[in-house]
Design a protein around this ligand. Structure first.
Ligand code: ATP
Length: 283
């Protein structure tokens, strides 16, 4: 699979504070990359930097071979990159249908397809005339996702869409993301529900203090207990290890998108949590 998104040695700052440093990674077309790490390691900043909400201070970002790190966000959206930021990306005073139409309009209505959205989110069709701000939390998250999907993005970036949702709704949300993946959409996912994220992902990247600490297949984390504990910690580490061990079990391992792209085993950063993480050699 060819690279759809590529970051090379990207740095992003908030004033003097360096939030991302030496970040290099590839998201192959058709794959799901899960970006993991505890609070404050730079996951949201990475998505913001890719989508043009903030400009990197150095490095290079390409989308399908086109340099995008110097482009404004609306141009990046037009290239086929949809970003669902943390929080609800909807217009709360408009109806469900108006929210969807606005999303389609913002991308010139190109390929906008209400039928597809209705198929993926039947509940939204039944609520099409309801004011979006009065939907339940789960329905509002579905609407955020639907607004992104209606533009038929080539790359969907999702930032903690499960935040505040009941476990049953998180499961539903991941079922929908799986359908979107099966249709061939590439996904870059930031998610605290590590187990769900690893089930969906072909590649996992762990960030630590704004740098890449690990890149590999989810199953590989089964052999990386110390690293996972050091970089994810607590319940996230336990979920990651349990899921990785399950994937390593009797069922055949999934093919690695990362290795398919690079032609090599996915790389792991050997540094300890307080050691200096080195640059990724993926990109
Ligand atoms: P979370 O899971 O809590 O959202 P994250 O991994 O997404 O965390 P970021 O939100 O990218 O982390 O934040 C990375 C670092 O940048 C943090 O130290 C954060 O305090 C800082 N930061 C984020 N936004 C800003 C901002 N607007 N101004 C200054 N610093 C910021």
């Amino acid at each position: 699979m060819r690279p759809l998104l590529r970051l090379r040695n990207v740095e992003s700052r908030y004033g003097a504070f360096v939030a991302l440093q030496h970040v290099s990674l590839i998201v192959p077309e058709g794959s799901v990359l899960a970006l993991l790490g505890p609070n404050g390691v730079g996951k949201t900043t990475l998505l913001r930097t890719v989508s043009g909400m903030m400009a990197p201070t150095s490095g290079e970002i390409t989308f399908d071979g086109v340099r995008i790190d110097d482009k404004p966000d609306f141009e990046i959206t037009r290239l086929g990159l949809a970003h669902i930021p943390e929080g609800r990306a909807i217009f709360p005073t408009l109806s469900v249908r108006e929210n969807l139409m606005m999303a389609a309009y913002a991308t010139d209505g190109i390929n906008g397809s209400l039928a597809r959205v209705n198929e993926l989110f039947p509940v939204l069709e039944t609520r099409r005339d309801q004011i979006a701000g009065t939907l339940s939390g789960g329905e509002q998250q579905m609407l955020s996702l639907a607004r992104a999907i209606i533009t038929r993005p080539r790359l969907l970036m999702v930032d903690e869409l499960s935040l505040g949702l009941a476990p049953r709704l998180v499961a539903q949300l991941f079922d929908t993301l799986d359908k979107i993946k099966q249709e061939g959409t590439t996904i870059l996912l930031v998610e605290q529900y590590v187990r769900y994220a690893l089930r969906l992902a072909d590649i996992v990247v762990i960030l630590h203090k704004g740098q890449v600490a690990f890149i590999g297949e989810p199953g590989e984390l089964a052999h990386e207990g110390k690293l996972v504990e050091a970089y994810l910690g607590g319940s996230q580490a336990a979920s990651a290890t349990a899921e990785a061990e399950e994937q390593e079990g009797p069922k055949p391992r999934r093919r690695s998108s990362a290795s398919a792209t690079s032609g090599a085993r996915p790389k792991r950063k050997p540094a300890g949590p307080r050691g200096s993480t080195r640059r990724s050699s993926q990109a």
